[in-house]
Write a protein that binds this ligand. Structure first.
Ligand code: ATP
Ligand code: MG
Length: 294
């Protein structure tokens, strides 16, 4: 899978870019908005293993309703693993195991009475590399996830869902007159927004995004960031990024993961994005966000 590609260079230009002042941050999710319908996702004492190897150690994190939470940290510290634990994709790896709880509005998604498909519908995921079905039409791509849920919908209901999902993903204006064209004919940035629309079509309560812009040019990245900020009013968002400016621009809360000298990944520090970037408590956080290591 794309997010398991070989280790990326921790010295990529993105992670080295000096952090711009928070004043460049655009409108973020308003905390004053009614939180009714918005989901809280809590990881409680989450640990994870691949075989005997422990890669995450007792992660405690509350991802607040209607906010954007950014996960940052050097390559290999367990950010993607944590995301996959959050929607039960970790268990797809044969040797993988986990401990702890993941509570969606207080209900553990790992409760034996809960269905895996339910967790993955409620908690959607967008990957690093856009992965639309290339030969399938834009329309069919958007509703591809719905078909898996086996809920029957009329044509007009599907039309509405396609339009709503594409609008929310910020792609409608660009594709509304060519919904029957293949998804593979879109630009990389458009394909990523198509994947976001596909995730949104099942009306998830949480959207997990694993480096969604790392394969995109600055303009497409900007467009996705705008989409994230708009979506944050109705979906709880967790984004992994190596781009410190992006974390500063889009997130309300920022979480710094670190795996030191062969030890499992832990959270070194979490808090308001402004604090993490301007006045972190831990010197390791300071070093990372200013590009001195990692
Ligand atoms: N399928 C797998 N099998 C075995 N080990 C794995 C697997 N996927 C990840 N790991 C290991 O788990 C640890 C955490 O990996 P993970 O991909 O979660 O890190 P990450 O923080 O997302 O890194 P990056 O920033 O490079 O994406 C790493 O040591 C990695 O080698
Ligand atoms: Mg990763």
């Amino acid at each position: 899978m794309s997010q398991q590609d070989g280790p990326k260079s921790p010295t990529s230009s993105a992670s080295r870019v000096a952090v711009k002042p928070i004043s460049m941050t655009r409108t973020k999710a308003k905390s004053t908005k009614s939180n009714q319908g918005l989901a809280t996702l809590v990881g409680e004492d989450v640990s994870a293993w691949f075989g005997q190897r422990k890669v995450l150690d007792r992660i405690n994190l509350t991802m607040q309703p209607g906010k954007v939470t950014a996960l940052i940290g050097p390559s290999g510290c367990g950010k993607s693993t944590f995301l996959r634990v959050l929607n039960r994709m970790h268990e797809l790896v044969p040797s993988a195991s986990m401990a702890g709880k993941v509570l969606l509005d207080g209900t553990d998604i790992y409760d034996p009475t809960k269905r895996v498909t339910e967790a993955r519908r409620d908690i959607g995921m967008v990957f690093q590399k856009p992965n639309p079905f290339p030969a399938m039409s834009i329309y069919e791509n958007v509703i591809a996830g719905l078909k898996l849920t086996s809920v029957k919908k009329s044509k007009s209901e599907l039309d509405d869902i396609v339009e709503e999902s594409l609008i929310k993903a910020g792609l409608w204006k660009e594709v509304h007159d060519r919904l029957d064209s293949p998804g593979g004919g879109l630009s990389g940035g458009q394909q990523q927004r198509l994947c976001i629309a596909r995730s949104l079509s099942v009306r998830p309560r949480v959207l997990l995004m694993d480096e969604p812009c790392s394969a995109l040019d600055p303009t497409s990245t900007f467009r996705i960031e705008e989409t994230i900020l708009e979506l944050a009013h109705e979906v709880t968002i967790v984004i992994v990024t190596h781009n410190m400016q992006q974390a500063a621009r889009v997130s309300d809360q920022c979480v710094f993961f670190l795996a030191e000298a062969g030890t499992p990944g832990v959270i070194v520090e979490q808090g308001d994005t402004t604090k993490i970037f301007q006045n972190p408590d831990d010197p390791r956080t300071q070093d990372y966000v200013t590009g001195r290591f990692g």
